[in-house]
Design a protein around this ligand. Structure first.
Ligand SMILES: Nc1nc2c(ncn2[C@@H]2O[C@H](COP(=O)(O)OP(=O)(O)OP(=O)(O)O)[C@@H](O)[C@H]2O)c(=O)[nH]1
Ligand SMILES: [Mg+2]
Ligand SMILES: [Zn+2]
Length: 310
């Protein structure tokens, strides 16, 4: 029997079989996944093989090779990671310019790691109903910045429903991971799109009380038009990235374009003469915030710390 892992609640997995039943399943004792040190070897979005048992539950006996996966590194130094979801077609990164404020470093780190996994990202700016004139102005500037780089951006309010309609066609027949800081409104947005989902959301909206982590496990929800939306726990920061400068450069689309004009092919864009990236930052062709994010990821290589990206 084969199926799709649609929910992970720690030790149990809900697996939807190809004939449409949902079977609660466990991993067989010594089952390990090669190459990945993860807190849980099976992830939402995995295609698995099941062996049914007497009690109406099943054992997961094999995982099919993954097309991709999105990892959240754990916050301690154990080097363990947590796979938020596997086999996704795209990610919606939900951000808010206030209540809570999503930092540009967080956005850029997410975008760079998604580039590394080759997962396309759409940026969704939520809580437009809460923003002051100044905040709206800042939000539109951010949208222009990321659109110019090549990321689609949408402004919505999950609370009022404003703008949510424009997301529906983007979801059809795709597996979409919804990610973002805790409290930005991921579960609220899914409840707006799928009223029957009835996901738990934070009860009070308090700008000073963020990081509550209302959602604690990933869950895949089926869309009536075809496709799935995956609600995930909020992410706060990332583990360090250990990438060579050339590799890192290629994950910042606009920095990569300018880097073709650098004098040295191994330019790190920090101090080298004839650096086209530094010139572009100087001339405001590359946003200072993007360059700062690049530098912060470059520093990761030399430090071994967990970095909170706000
Ligand atoms: N005013 C307003 N409040 C919103 C909007 N979207 C979400 N909220 C509120 O923001 C709070 C957090 O929403 P959640 O949907 O629980 O956030 P989440 O991203 O799922 O958070 P985690 O599960 O902790 O990762 C709740 O009080 C929501 O009612 C919005 O568009 N406008
Ligand atoms: Mg949630
Ligand atoms: Zn350079």
């Amino acid at each position: 029997m084969k199926g799709l892992v649609i929910k992970n609640t720690g030790s149990w997995y809900s697996v939807k079989t190809d004939d449409g039943q949902v079977i609660e399943s466990k991993i067989k004792g010594n089952f390990r996944l090669k190459g990945i040190r993860s807190t849980s070897p099976v992830a939402v979005g995995d295609r698995v093989e099941l062996v049914a048992n007497q009690e109406g539950t099943a054992f997961i006996s094999a995982i099919e090779d993954r097309r991709n996966y999105i990892i959240r590194k754990s916050q301690n130094l154990s080097k363990q990671s947590h796979i938020l979801a596997a086999n996704v077609d795209q990610a919606f990164l939900l951000v808010t310019v206030n209540h809570p404020q999503t930092s540009t470093i967080f956005i850029d780190r997410f975008l760079a790691s998604a580039e590394a996994y080759r997962v396309p990202v759409v940026l969704i700016f939520n809580k437009s109903d809460l923003l002051t004139e100044d905040e709206l102005h800042y939000e539109r500037m951010m949208m222009t910045l990321y659109q110019t780089i090549g990321y689609a951006c949408h402004e919505v309010s999950a609370a009022t429903g404003e703008g949510v309609g424009q997301l529906i066609p983007l979801l059809q027949d795709k597996i979409t991971l919804l990610s973002g800081n805790s409290g930005v409104g991921k579960s609220t947005l899914i409840n707006r799109i799928l009223p029957n989902a009835n996901l738990r959301t934070a009860e009070i909206s308090d700008a000073h009380n963020t990081g509550m982590h209302t959602t604690t496990f990933s869950e895949m929800l089926e869309l009536p038009e075809g496709g799935y939306l995956i609600d995930t726990p909020g992410i706060k920061g990332f583990g360090t990235f250990d990438m060579e400068p050339e590799e890192l450069t290629s994950y910042f689309k606009e920095i990569f374009k300018f880097s073709e004009g650098c004098r040295f092919s191994n330019c790190t864009h920090t101090h080298e003469p004839g650096c086209a990236v530094l010139a572009a930052v100087e001339n405001h062709h590359i946003a200072a915030s993007r360059y700062q994010s690049y530098l912060s990821m470059l520093e990761d290589k030399d430090s071994n710390k967990y970095r909170e990206a706000y």
